[in-house]
Design a protein around this ligand. Sequence first.
Ligand code: ADE
Length: 235
Amino acid sequence: MSVHIGAQPGDIVERVLLPGDPMRAKWIAETYLKDPVCYTQVRGMLGYTGTWRGVPVSVQGTGMGMPSASIYTHELINEYGVRSVIRIGSCGAIIDSLKLGDVVAAIGSATDSNMNRVRFDGLIDYAPVADFGLLRTAAEVAEGRGVPMRVGPILAADAFYSDRPDLYGRLADYGVLAVEMESAAIYTTAARYGARALTILTVSDHITREERMTPAEREQGFDNMVQIGLDTAIA
Ligand code: ADE
């Protein structure tokens, strides 16, 4: 087992969905995968392997925020040979034209995290981006399913409760679609170790309109996102 994942070699397959919430990992495994097996419960951060349309897929919770997400991404790639990671989660919309339940794919991830500033001695503003092949596949899958999926840049923020909400408006001026809290670390870690990464999100709230999805709306919205993620993972 690795430091934070209690799995044996071979328990985790090369394509992994990464929800932030470990209970969502359990729900995805039990709802969508055939014969799911829980391979880790360390720190309550559940991980499962099962099959989707006959192809083995793993689902691993990452926790909230970039330090946590980078730990799981690092160990999956370096200790278990994972080649593709697809984050699925929720986001707060920044731009007006997004509405609750919309599905977003992050082509790139701006961030206020210090992790990449440390990596590059503060000399370079590294641009964390999605794997083009995964993004293209996800766009095709979404189109095939008739699900409109907005592709664009997002913000990966360190703080959920921001003291600078004015910055969201400024980011919207630059076409940034939404905010979440993990994608930049996942994209950077995957790039560093030669793996592929993508982030697909469902809009659960709107930052400026102060709207929030109901539980029923969340379920339907998440269903589209999860199935796009699974089909993309096995393509
Ligand atoms: N994830 C879902 N909604 C969010 C928000 N408003 N800020 C950061 N992450 C989020």
